[in-house]
Write a protein that binds this ligand. Structure first.
Ligand code: ATP
Length: 360
Protein backbone atom coordinates (compact mmCIF):
# COMPACT_ATOMS: atom_id res chain seq x y z
CA UNK A 1 0.00 0.00 0.00
CA UNK A 2 1.22 3.47 -0.81
CA UNK A 3 -1.03 6.44 -0.64
CA UNK A 4 0.86 9.68 -0.87
CA UNK A 5 -0.61 13.10 -0.29
CA UNK A 6 1.04 16.43 -0.80
CA UNK A 7 -0.90 19.27 0.76
CA UNK A 8 -0.05 22.87 -0.17
CA UNK A 9 3.63 22.01 -0.44
CA UNK A 10 6.19 24.77 -1.09
CA UNK A 11 9.91 24.65 -1.70
CA UNK A 12 11.86 27.82 -1.18
CA UNK A 13 15.61 27.56 -1.66
CA UNK A 14 17.98 29.65 0.47
CA UNK A 15 18.79 31.91 -2.46
CA UNK A 16 15.15 33.03 -2.60
CA UNK A 17 14.01 30.81 -5.52
CA UNK A 18 10.55 29.34 -4.92
CA UNK A 19 10.84 26.18 -7.00
CA UNK A 20 7.49 24.64 -6.00
CA UNK A 21 4.34 26.53 -5.09
CA UNK A 22 1.18 25.34 -3.39
CA UNK A 23 1.52 21.78 -4.70
CA UNK A 24 -1.46 19.63 -3.75
CA UNK A 25 -1.76 16.08 -5.08
CA UNK A 26 -3.43 12.88 -3.99
CA UNK A 27 -1.60 9.75 -5.15
CA UNK A 28 -3.54 6.51 -4.79
CA UNK A 29 -2.06 3.06 -4.35
CA UNK A 30 -0.92 1.73 -7.77
CA UNK A 31 -1.13 5.06 -9.54
CA UNK A 32 1.52 5.73 -12.16
CA UNK A 33 1.96 9.46 -11.65
CA UNK A 34 4.06 11.43 -14.11
CA UNK A 35 5.35 14.94 -13.44
CA UNK A 36 5.89 16.64 -16.78
CA UNK A 37 6.79 20.18 -17.77
CA UNK A 38 9.56 22.30 -19.23
CA UNK A 39 13.04 22.46 -17.77
CA UNK A 40 13.20 24.16 -14.38
CA UNK A 41 9.47 23.89 -13.60
CA UNK A 42 10.10 22.07 -10.31
CA UNK A 43 9.52 18.41 -11.23
CA UNK A 44 12.72 17.04 -9.72
CA UNK A 45 12.44 19.20 -6.64
CA UNK A 46 8.94 17.85 -5.96
CA UNK A 47 10.11 14.28 -6.42
CA UNK A 48 13.10 14.89 -4.16
CA UNK A 49 10.83 16.25 -1.45
CA UNK A 50 8.75 13.06 -1.60
CA UNK A 51 11.95 11.01 -1.43
CA UNK A 52 13.21 13.02 1.53
CA UNK A 53 16.27 14.32 -0.32
CA UNK A 54 15.04 17.89 -0.12
CA UNK A 55 13.37 19.53 2.87
CA UNK A 56 9.79 20.76 2.51
CA UNK A 57 9.57 24.51 3.23
CA UNK A 58 5.84 24.59 3.86
CA UNK A 59 2.87 22.22 3.62
CA UNK A 60 2.66 18.52 4.46
CA UNK A 61 3.66 15.22 2.94
CA UNK A 62 1.60 12.25 4.14
CA UNK A 63 2.43 8.64 3.25
CA UNK A 64 -0.12 6.00 4.25
CA UNK A 65 -1.70 8.33 6.77
CA UNK A 66 1.56 9.36 8.43
CA UNK A 67 3.10 12.81 8.20
CA UNK A 68 6.54 12.38 6.68
CA UNK A 69 8.00 15.90 6.53
CA UNK A 70 10.67 15.15 9.09
CA UNK A 71 11.16 11.43 8.48
CA UNK A 72 14.59 10.50 7.11
CA UNK A 73 14.81 9.42 3.49
CA UNK A 74 15.91 5.88 4.38
CA UNK A 75 12.90 5.42 6.67
CA UNK A 76 10.28 6.37 4.09
CA UNK A 77 10.28 2.95 2.40
CA UNK A 78 10.43 4.35 -1.10
CA UNK A 79 13.09 3.73 -3.74
CA UNK A 80 14.51 6.28 -6.12
CA UNK A 81 15.97 5.59 -9.56
CA UNK A 82 18.18 8.38 -10.88
CA UNK A 83 18.97 9.67 -14.34
CA UNK A 84 22.68 8.93 -13.88
CA UNK A 85 21.92 5.46 -12.38
CA UNK A 86 24.14 6.11 -9.30
CA UNK A 87 25.59 2.58 -9.32
CA UNK A 88 28.58 1.68 -7.12
CA UNK A 89 31.42 1.27 -9.65
CA UNK A 90 33.52 -1.13 -7.56
CA UNK A 91 30.67 -3.57 -6.98
CA UNK A 92 29.35 -6.18 -9.41
CA UNK A 93 25.80 -6.00 -10.73
CA UNK A 94 24.71 -8.63 -8.20
CA UNK A 95 26.38 -6.74 -5.35
CA UNK A 96 24.84 -3.46 -6.46
CA UNK A 97 21.42 -5.06 -6.51
CA UNK A 98 21.85 -6.79 -3.16
CA UNK A 99 23.28 -3.75 -1.39
CA UNK A 100 20.11 -2.58 0.35
CA UNK A 101 19.36 -6.12 1.51
CA UNK A 102 22.84 -6.39 2.99
CA UNK A 103 22.24 -3.19 4.93
CA UNK A 104 19.06 -4.76 6.28
CA UNK A 105 21.06 -7.89 7.30
CA UNK A 106 19.08 -10.19 5.04
CA UNK A 107 20.85 -13.61 5.01
CA UNK A 108 23.13 -14.28 2.04
CA UNK A 109 21.10 -17.11 0.56
CA UNK A 110 17.93 -15.09 0.61
CA UNK A 111 19.79 -12.12 -0.90
CA UNK A 112 21.05 -14.20 -3.78
CA UNK A 113 17.63 -15.68 -4.39
CA UNK A 114 15.98 -12.27 -4.50
CA UNK A 115 18.65 -10.82 -6.81
CA UNK A 116 18.33 -13.76 -9.19
CA UNK A 117 14.59 -13.42 -9.24
CA UNK A 118 14.76 -9.72 -10.12
CA UNK A 119 17.61 -10.26 -12.60
CA UNK A 120 15.33 -12.66 -14.42
CA UNK A 121 12.52 -10.12 -14.65
CA UNK A 122 14.96 -7.57 -16.07
CA UNK A 123 16.99 -9.88 -18.31
CA UNK A 124 20.20 -9.33 -16.34
CA UNK A 125 21.10 -12.95 -15.52
CA UNK A 126 24.07 -12.94 -17.89
CA UNK A 127 25.73 -9.84 -16.46
CA UNK A 128 25.38 -10.37 -12.70
CA UNK A 129 29.16 -10.73 -12.24
CA UNK A 130 30.10 -7.69 -14.31
CA UNK A 131 31.03 -4.27 -13.00
CA UNK A 132 28.96 -1.21 -14.09
CA UNK A 133 31.76 -0.01 -16.42
CA UNK A 134 31.30 -3.20 -18.46
CA UNK A 135 27.61 -2.55 -19.13
CA UNK A 136 25.70 -0.74 -21.86
CA UNK A 137 23.52 2.26 -20.99
CA UNK A 138 20.36 0.19 -21.13
CA UNK A 139 21.86 -2.48 -18.89
CA UNK A 140 22.98 0.11 -16.34
CA UNK A 141 19.46 1.49 -16.32
CA UNK A 142 18.07 -1.98 -15.68
CA UNK A 143 20.50 -2.53 -12.81
CA UNK A 144 19.43 0.79 -11.28
CA UNK A 145 15.84 -0.38 -11.49
CA UNK A 146 16.74 -3.83 -10.25
CA UNK A 147 18.32 -2.30 -7.19
CA UNK A 148 15.07 -0.50 -6.44
CA UNK A 149 12.87 -3.54 -7.09
CA UNK A 150 14.90 -5.80 -4.80
CA UNK A 151 13.98 -3.56 -1.87
CA UNK A 152 10.25 -4.08 -2.44
CA UNK A 153 9.49 -0.47 -1.55
CA UNK A 154 6.07 1.07 -1.14
CA UNK A 155 6.68 3.31 -4.12
CA UNK A 156 9.17 3.78 -6.95
CA UNK A 157 10.38 7.28 -7.69
CA UNK A 158 12.11 7.82 -11.03
CA UNK A 159 13.82 11.00 -12.17
CA UNK A 160 14.24 11.07 -15.96
CA UNK A 161 15.48 7.46 -15.90
CA UNK A 162 15.69 7.17 -19.68
CA UNK A 163 17.22 10.50 -20.64
CA UNK A 164 20.74 9.11 -21.11
CA UNK A 165 19.64 6.47 -23.61
CA UNK A 166 19.38 6.75 -27.39
CA UNK A 167 15.96 7.04 -29.01
CA UNK A 168 15.53 3.35 -29.83
CA UNK A 169 16.57 2.13 -26.41
CA UNK A 170 14.34 4.71 -24.78
CA UNK A 171 11.32 3.27 -26.55
CA UNK A 172 12.31 -0.25 -25.57
CA UNK A 173 12.93 0.69 -21.93
CA UNK A 174 9.65 2.58 -21.86
CA UNK A 175 7.86 -0.64 -22.70
CA UNK A 176 9.84 -2.46 -20.03
CA UNK A 177 8.85 0.10 -17.41
CA UNK A 178 5.23 -0.33 -18.45
CA UNK A 179 5.56 -4.07 -18.03
CA UNK A 180 7.28 -3.69 -14.67
CA UNK A 181 4.51 -1.42 -13.47
CA UNK A 182 1.93 -4.05 -14.35
CA UNK A 183 3.92 -6.86 -12.77
CA UNK A 184 4.98 -5.10 -9.59
CA UNK A 185 1.53 -3.72 -8.80
CA UNK A 186 3.13 -0.80 -7.04
CA UNK A 187 2.96 3.00 -7.00
CA UNK A 188 5.22 4.83 -9.45
CA UNK A 189 6.10 8.50 -9.54
CA UNK A 190 8.04 9.45 -12.62
CA UNK A 191 9.64 12.70 -13.76
CA UNK A 192 10.15 13.54 -17.42
CA UNK A 193 10.12 16.49 -19.78
CA UNK A 194 9.20 14.13 -22.63
CA UNK A 195 5.50 14.23 -23.38
CA UNK A 196 5.51 10.87 -25.18
CA UNK A 197 6.87 9.21 -22.05
CA UNK A 198 4.30 11.03 -19.94
CA UNK A 199 1.38 10.09 -22.17
CA UNK A 200 2.35 6.43 -22.64
CA UNK A 201 3.34 5.66 -19.04
CA UNK A 202 1.13 7.77 -16.81
CA UNK A 203 -2.27 6.93 -15.41
CA UNK A 204 -2.29 10.36 -13.82
CA UNK A 205 -0.26 13.18 -15.33
CA UNK A 206 0.69 16.33 -13.48
CA UNK A 207 1.62 19.17 -15.84
CA UNK A 208 3.77 21.82 -14.18
CA UNK A 209 4.95 25.27 -15.16
CA UNK A 210 7.13 27.60 -13.08
CA UNK A 211 6.61 25.58 -9.89
CA UNK A 212 2.84 25.39 -10.18
CA UNK A 213 0.45 22.63 -11.19
CA UNK A 214 -1.39 23.44 -14.40
CA UNK A 215 -3.52 20.30 -14.62
CA UNK A 216 -3.82 16.83 -13.12
CA UNK A 217 -5.54 14.39 -15.46
CA UNK A 218 -5.45 11.11 -17.34
CA UNK A 219 -3.60 11.19 -20.70
CA UNK A 220 -6.93 11.19 -22.60
CA UNK A 221 -8.36 14.02 -20.55
CA UNK A 222 -5.18 16.06 -20.91
CA UNK A 223 -5.28 15.71 -24.66
CA UNK A 224 -9.00 16.17 -25.15
CA UNK A 225 -9.72 18.76 -22.48
CA UNK A 226 -6.59 20.75 -21.69
CA UNK A 227 -7.26 23.12 -18.79
CA UNK A 228 -5.46 26.10 -20.28
CA UNK A 229 -3.46 27.37 -23.23
CA UNK A 230 -0.16 26.22 -21.73
CA UNK A 231 -1.27 22.58 -21.35
CA UNK A 232 -2.93 22.67 -24.77
CA UNK A 233 0.31 23.81 -26.37
CA UNK A 234 2.58 21.55 -24.33
CA UNK A 235 0.83 18.23 -24.97
CA UNK A 236 0.65 17.17 -28.63
CA UNK A 237 3.18 17.19 -31.48
CA UNK A 238 3.18 19.27 -33.64
CA UNK A 239 1.54 21.55 -31.07
CA UNK A 240 -2.02 22.79 -31.17
CA UNK A 241 -2.66 25.79 -33.44
CA UNK A 242 -4.00 28.93 -31.79
CA UNK A 243 -6.12 31.68 -33.34
CA UNK A 244 -7.48 34.88 -31.85
CA UNK A 245 -11.23 35.39 -32.04
CA UNK A 246 -14.36 36.71 -30.42
CA UNK A 247 -17.62 35.07 -29.34
CA UNK A 248 -20.89 36.54 -30.52
CA UNK A 249 -24.54 35.64 -30.45
CA UNK A 250 -26.78 35.87 -33.52
CA UNK A 251 -30.33 34.57 -33.78
CA UNK A 252 -30.02 32.47 -30.60
CA UNK A 253 -26.85 30.83 -31.87
CA UNK A 254 -23.30 31.36 -30.62
CA UNK A 255 -20.55 32.00 -33.12
CA UNK A 256 -16.87 32.61 -32.84
CA UNK A 257 -15.32 34.86 -35.44
CA UNK A 258 -11.73 34.16 -36.30
CA UNK A 259 -9.39 34.43 -39.28
CA UNK A 260 -12.20 35.98 -41.35
CA UNK A 261 -14.53 33.04 -40.62
CA UNK A 262 -17.71 32.73 -38.57
CA UNK A 263 -17.90 29.38 -36.83
CA UNK A 264 -21.09 28.21 -35.22
CA UNK A 265 -20.25 26.56 -31.91
CA UNK A 266 -21.61 23.14 -30.97
CA UNK A 267 -24.47 23.39 -28.39
CA UNK A 268 -22.47 22.29 -25.32
CA UNK A 269 -19.69 24.77 -26.08
CA UNK A 270 -22.23 27.51 -26.78
CA UNK A 271 -23.79 26.82 -23.37
CA UNK A 272 -20.43 27.14 -21.65
CA UNK A 273 -19.69 30.40 -23.46
CA UNK A 274 -23.01 31.83 -22.22
CA UNK A 275 -22.63 30.50 -18.70
CA UNK A 276 -19.09 31.82 -18.34
CA UNK A 277 -20.07 35.24 -19.71
CA UNK A 278 -17.68 35.02 -22.63
CA UNK A 279 -20.05 36.63 -25.16
CA UNK A 280 -18.45 39.71 -26.69
CA UNK A 281 -15.08 38.83 -25.20
CA UNK A 282 -11.80 37.96 -26.87
CA UNK A 283 -11.05 34.26 -26.94
CA UNK A 284 -8.30 31.95 -28.12
CA UNK A 285 -9.34 29.15 -30.43
CA UNK A 286 -7.21 26.01 -30.32
CA UNK A 287 -7.23 23.43 -33.11
CA UNK A 288 -4.94 20.40 -33.22
CA UNK A 289 -3.15 19.73 -36.54
CA UNK A 290 -5.23 16.56 -37.03
CA UNK A 291 -8.42 18.60 -36.62
CA UNK A 292 -7.45 21.01 -39.41
CA UNK A 293 -8.66 20.54 -42.95
CA UNK A 294 -7.55 21.48 -46.41
CA UNK A 295 -10.83 22.64 -47.95
CA UNK A 296 -12.39 24.64 -50.79
CA UNK A 297 -12.91 27.55 -48.47
CA UNK A 298 -11.36 28.91 -45.30
CA UNK A 299 -8.13 30.81 -44.91
CA UNK A 300 -6.13 31.04 -48.12
CA UNK A 301 -2.41 30.68 -47.56
CA UNK A 302 0.79 29.42 -49.15
CA UNK A 303 2.43 26.18 -47.95
CA UNK A 304 5.71 27.24 -46.40
CA UNK A 305 6.92 23.79 -45.27
CA UNK A 306 5.92 20.36 -46.54
CA UNK A 307 6.84 17.42 -44.30
CA UNK A 308 6.17 13.88 -45.53
CA UNK A 309 6.46 11.37 -42.66
CA UNK A 310 5.41 8.24 -44.54
CA UNK A 311 2.10 7.60 -42.80
CA UNK A 312 1.00 11.24 -42.92
CA UNK A 313 2.03 14.64 -44.21
CA UNK A 314 2.23 17.93 -42.35
CA UNK A 315 1.76 21.24 -44.10
CA UNK A 316 2.88 24.43 -42.37
CA UNK A 317 1.54 27.92 -43.12
CA UNK A 318 2.47 31.39 -41.89
CA UNK A 319 -0.53 33.02 -40.29
CA UNK A 320 -1.00 36.10 -38.14
CA UNK A 321 2.63 36.18 -37.02
CA UNK A 322 2.72 32.48 -36.13
CA UNK A 323 2.74 29.05 -37.73
CA UNK A 324 -0.24 26.85 -38.50
CA UNK A 325 0.28 23.09 -38.85
CA UNK A 326 -2.16 20.92 -40.77
CA UNK A 327 -2.02 17.12 -40.82
CA UNK A 328 -3.13 15.63 -44.08
CA UNK A 329 -2.94 12.36 -46.02
CA UNK A 330 0.47 10.94 -46.88
CA UNK A 331 -0.39 10.97 -50.59
CA UNK A 332 -1.60 14.57 -50.74
CA UNK A 333 -0.78 16.22 -54.08
CA UNK A 334 -0.13 19.52 -52.28
CA UNK A 335 3.49 20.71 -52.22
CA UNK A 336 5.55 23.56 -50.83
CA UNK A 337 4.59 26.89 -52.40
CA UNK A 338 1.03 25.83 -53.35
CA UNK A 339 -1.79 28.18 -52.37
CA UNK A 340 -4.65 26.35 -50.65
CA UNK A 341 -7.38 26.97 -48.06
CA UNK A 342 -7.12 25.62 -44.53
CA UNK A 343 -10.10 25.26 -42.27
CA UNK A 344 -11.12 23.62 -38.96
CA UNK A 345 -13.26 20.70 -37.96
CA UNK A 346 -15.87 22.79 -36.20
CA UNK A 347 -16.75 20.16 -33.62
CA UNK A 348 -13.11 19.74 -32.58
CA UNK A 349 -12.14 23.25 -31.59
CA UNK A 350 -11.00 24.22 -28.10
CA UNK A 351 -11.86 27.60 -26.63
CA UNK A 352 -9.90 29.57 -24.05
CA UNK A 353 -10.50 32.93 -22.43
CA UNK A 354 -7.96 35.34 -23.95
CA UNK A 355 -7.24 37.03 -20.65
CA UNK A 356 -7.00 34.13 -18.19
CA UNK A 357 -6.02 31.59 -20.89
CA UNK A 358 -8.29 29.07 -19.12
CA UNK A 359 -10.47 26.60 -20.96
CA UNK A 360 -14.06 27.68 -21.62
P1 ATP B 1 14.81 19.77 -15.38
O1 ATP B 1 13.82 19.14 -16.30
O2 ATP B 1 15.70 20.76 -16.07
O3 ATP B 1 15.54 18.82 -14.50
P2 ATP B 1 12.95 20.42 -13.21
O4 ATP B 1 11.56 20.73 -13.66
O5 ATP B 1 13.21 19.09 -12.65
O6 ATP B 1 13.95 20.75 -14.39
P3 ATP B 1 14.03 21.47 -10.76
O7 ATP B 1 15.34 20.78 -10.90
O8 ATP B 1 13.07 20.96 -9.79
O9 ATP B 1 13.32 21.57 -12.18
O10 ATP B 1 14.31 23.01 -10.47
C1 ATP B 1 13.28 23.94 -10.23
C2 ATP B 1 13.87 25.31 -9.95
O11 ATP B 1 14.59 25.30 -8.71
C3 ATP B 1 14.86 25.80 -10.99
O12 ATP B 1 14.70 27.19 -11.16
C4 ATP B 1 16.20 25.49 -10.37
O13 ATP B 1 17.18 26.37 -10.82
C5 ATP B 1 15.91 25.71 -8.90
N1 ATP B 1 16.77 24.87 -8.02
C6 ATP B 1 16.89 23.53 -8.05
N2 ATP B 1 17.74 23.09 -7.08
C7 ATP B 1 18.17 24.21 -6.45
C8 ATP B 1 19.07 24.46 -5.35
N3 ATP B 1 19.68 23.44 -4.71
N4 ATP B 1 19.27 25.74 -4.96
C9 ATP B 1 18.64 26.76 -5.59
N5 ATP B 1 17.78 26.59 -6.62
C10 ATP B 1 17.54 25.36 -7.05
Amino acid sequence: MAEIQLNHVYKKFDDGVTAVKNFTLDIQDRDFVVFVGPSGCGKSTTLRMIAGLEKISDGTLVIDGKKMNDVQSCDRDIAMVFQNYALYPHMTVAENMAYSLRLKHVPKKERRQKVEEVAKILGLEEVLDRKPAELSGGQKQRVAMGRAIVRQPKAFLMDEPLSNLDAKLRTQMRREIQKLYRELNSTFIYVTHDQTEAMTLGTKIVVMKAGEIQQIASPEMLYNEPANVFVAGFIGMPPMNFFRGRCQMRYEKVYVSTAGMQIELPPDMADRVKKKSELGKDVIIGVRPEDMLIADEGVESKVRVYEMLGSETYLYFDHDGGTVAVRTAADTPIRKGDRVHFNFRKDKIHLFDAQTEKRI
